[in-house]
Design a protein around this ligand. Structure first.
Ligand SMILES: Cc1ncc(COP(=O)(O)O)c(C=O)c1O
Length: 434
C-alpha cells in the first residue's frame, strides 16, 4: 500500500536534552511510568508524578537498567539526511539505536544509545542458523498538541518478554526498556513525523548471538531497538484488500509458536504471500484445522461484524486459547472499545469459512477487517477461496465498504483520536516528555 509524504521536523538543538542524557540520573521531567507493576494490563498515566529513584539492588541477571545507559549522540556529520518524500514502511531509519548485550554468565550489560550502525555478528551466531530471534512493533505519535505518545507500550513489552521466555532468550524489566526507548525518541525528536497520519515505528529486537553451532539455548544475546518514520497506510481513504483463503497453507498450529512474535513465524509466509499475489490477492487469510477456522489475516488479527445465527449484532474475533493467534495490542483495544460502546455483542470465538459462506448467503455479514499497529484496521473486500473438496477457486465479495453501521471506520477514528491526542485516554498512552 502506498504511504504518504510527511514533514519531518527541521533539525534543532537538542543540547540540553543530550546533556541530561549523559547524566546518568533520570531527568526531572522523565516520562518514567507511574506504576512499576509488571501486569500486562497495567498502563501508564502520562500525568504521572516525576519518579523517585528506586532504592533498588541491581540484579543484572534479571534486567538491564536505564540508569546505566551510556549515550553517545551521533555527530552532526554522522546524522542521516531526512527523507523529503513518501515514507514507505521500514525504508528510512532514525539516527540512533539502543543496543544491550547479555551473557548467560554475566547477565545484562550496560545499555548503549548511539548512532545507527551495522551489527557485527560472528557467522556462527545462532540467530543466523536457528532463527533465535524475536521482535516487537509499536509506534510513537506526534499529537495535535505536539506531545509525543507511545500507544500501550506496556503490552508490547509484556508480549516481548513472553516471547523471550518461549525462545529461551533473556527477559528484562519492561519499564526499563520503555524508558530507554523514550530517551531514544527524545534524542531523535526530529524523526517523529509532524503529520497526523504518520508516526515513528519502533522495532525492539532480541537475537541469540553466541557462535556455537550446536542447537541449544543461547549463551549470548543482543537486544537492540531501531526506529523508522512511517507514513499512512491509506493515503486516499481505505483500500479494501483481497485475501487468498487456502487451507493447504498453515501459519500456526496448537503447541507451536503462533502466539509469539518470533521471526520464524514470518519467513514461511512470504512464499504463500507470493502465491496469493499470483491469484490477484494482496494478503492471505490463515485457516486452521479441517473445518477451516479463520485465524489471522496477513500480519493482522481478524474481525467480523455480523448478525450471528441467532440474529444478534456481533463483533467477533478468534480466541487466543489455542495459542495460534498473536495477542495483538490493536485486537485488545478494539475489544475494549467494542464492549464500551455497549451496542452489540463482543465475542472471542471461532468462526469457519462455512460460517462466512452462510452469513454471506443470508446477507448477515456486514464487515470483515484486519487489525494491527501498522494500519489500525484494514478492510477486506474479497476472498478468493480454494475449495479443496470441489478443487476449484471461488470468489466471495465481502460488503465491508458498503456496510452500515461502519464499525471499522468508527474504530479507526476512535483509536487514532487517542494516538494523536485528540481524545484523552491516559491509561493507553505513554507520553514521551520533551
Ligand atoms: C501475526 C500478527 N498478528 C497480529 C498482529 C497485530 O498485532 P498488533 O495489534 O500488536 O500490532 C501482528 C502485528 O504485529 C502480527 O504480526
Amino acid at each position: 500500500m502506498a504511504s504518504r509524504s510527511v514533514a519531518l521536523l527541521t533539525p534543532r538543538s537538542s543540547t540540553a536534552f543530550v546533556a541530561r542524557l549523559l547524566n546518568t540520573s533520570p531527568p526531572a521531567d522523565s516520562a518514567a511510568p507511574a506504576q512499576t507493576t509488571k501486569s500486562t494490563e497495567t498502563t501508564t498515566a502520562a500525568s504521572a508524578p516525576p519518579p523517585v529513584e528506586k532504592e533498588q539492588k541491581k540484579d543484572h541477571a534479571r534486567t538491564f537498567y536505564r540508569s546505566e545507559m551510556v549515550t553517545i549522540p551521533a555527530l552532526p556529520s554522522e546524522k542521516i539526511p531526512k527523507p523529503t518524500g513518501e515514507l514507505p514502511f521500514g525504508k528510512y531509519y532514525s539516527d540512533h539505536m539502543i543496543d544491550v548485550d547479555w551473557t548467560l554468565e554475566g547477565g545484562w550489560g550496560k545499555p548503549k544509545l548511539h548512532k545507527l550502525q551495522p551489527l557485527q555478528l560472528h557467522p556462527g551466531s545462532k540467530v543466523l542458523h536457528y532463527a533465535i530471534e524475536l521482535f516487537e512493533g509499536m509506534k510513537a505519535y506526534r499529537g495535535i498538541d505536539n506531545k509525543i505518545r507511545m500507544f500501550r507500550p506496556d503490552m508490547n513489552m509484556a508480549r516481548m518478554n513472553r516471547t523471550a521466555q518461549r525462545s529461551a532468550l533473556p527477559t528484562f524489566d519492561s519499564d526499563e526498556l520503555i524508558n530507554m526507548i523514550a530517551d531514544q525518541i527524545r534524542l531523535d525528536l526530529e524523526w517523529v513525523p509532524s503529520s497526523a497520519t504518520s508516526s515513528l515505528y519502533i522495532r525492539p529486537t532480541l537475537i541469540g548471538t553466541d557462535k556455537t553451532l550446536g542447537v541449544g539455548n543461547p549463551h549470548d544475546a543482543k537486544l537492540f531497538v531501531v526506529t523508522c518514520p512511517v507514513g499512512s497506510y491509506f493515503t486516499s481513504g481505505f483500500q479494501p484488500v483481497s485475501l487468498l483463503a487456502d487451507s493447504q497453507f498453515v501459519r500456526a498450529f496448537p503447541g507451536g509458536v503462533g502466539a509469539f512474535k518470533m521471526g520464524c513465524n514470518y519467513a514461511p509466509t512470504i512464499g504463500v504471500a507470493q502465491s496469493a499475489q499470483a491469484k490477484g490477492c494482496q494478503q492471505v487469510v490463515w485457516l486452521s484445522g479441517d473445518n477451516e477456522e479463520l485465524t489471522e489475516v496477513g500480519t493482522m488479527n481478524i474481525f467480523v461484524f455480523w448478525k450471528n445465527e441467532e440474529g444478534d449484532l456481533e463483533l467477533a474475533t478468534p480466541p487466543l486459547d489455542k495459542g495460534i493467534i498473536l495477542p495483538g495490542v490493536t485486537r485488545d483495544s478494539l475489544l475494549h472499545l467494542g464492549k464500551e460502546y455497549g451496542e452489540f455483542k463482543v465475542s472471542e470465538r471461532s468462526f469457519t469459512m462455512e460460517d462466512i459462506r452462510l452469513a454471506l448467503k443470508e446477507g448477515r455479514l456486514l464487515q470483515m477487517f484486519g487489525a494491527g499497529t501498522a494500519c489500525v484496521v484494514s478492510p477486506v473486500g474479497q476472498i478468493v477461496y480454494h475449495n479443496r473438496k470441489a478443487d476449484k477457486y471461488e470468489t466471495w465479495n465481502i460488503p465491508t465498504m458498503e456496510a452500515k453501521p461502519n464499525l471499522m471506520q468508527r474504530f479507526y477514528e476512535n483509536i487514532t483520536d487517542i494516538q494523536y491526542g485528540r481524545v484523552d485516554r491516559p491509561e493507553w498512552c505513554f507520553e514521551v516528555k520533551q
